[in-house]
Design a protein around this ligand. Structure first.
Ligand code: DQA
Length: 147
């Protein structure tokens, strides 16, 4: 049996983690988070494919590309969470576990962040646990897919 594959997608402005509003998003950079995700997957002999984009259409294409390829998806759609029907429609292509993650607690913030366009089409959501939310999501999907 081939290796299980987990796709991780980071949305707009997450390339600025570490520098961006550290009081809200913490001091860890995206590459530190990605390294920790790769390490965790490696421990379970799984492969990780990580993608970041500031462009909605590129994220749609990354989800389309993951369809039929990945065994699970972890996505922080960032600001597109609150606006993007296109991302929601793309996620509906997937029939594997999908975890929506937010570093901050979106429900504790401005009202426009309380609505997620994707939360009812994903398997589960992690919000407000900081960057460790990504690692918890990785633990969860690795277990779900039997890696
Ligand atoms: C975020 C929350 C979003 O509201 C925001 O637009 C982001 C990051 C988070 O990880 O907490 O860019 O998804």
């Amino acid at each position: 049996m081939g290796k299980k594959q987990v796709t991780v997608i980071h949305g707009p402005n997450l390339n600025m983690l570490g520098k961006r509003e550290p009081g809200t998003y913490g001091s860890e950079s995206l590459s530190e988070i990605n390294d920790a995700l790769r390490k965790k997957a490696r421990e379970k002999n799984a492969e990780v494919d990580i993608f970041q984009s500031n462009h909605e259409g590129e994220i749609v294409e990354a989800i389309q590309g993951a369809s039929g390829v990945c065994n699970a998806l972890i996505i922080n759609a960032a600001a597109y969470t609150h606006t993007s029907i296109a991302l929601r429609d793309a996620l509906l292509l997937l029939d594997v576990p999908v975890i929506e993650i937010h570093i901050s607690n979106i429900f504790k913030r401005e009202p426009f962040r309380h609505k997620s366009m994707i939360s009812d089409v994903v398997t589960g959501q992690i919000s407000g646990l900081g960057a460790r939310g990504y690692l918890l999501a990785m633990d969860a999907v690795l277990e779900m897919i039997g890696a």
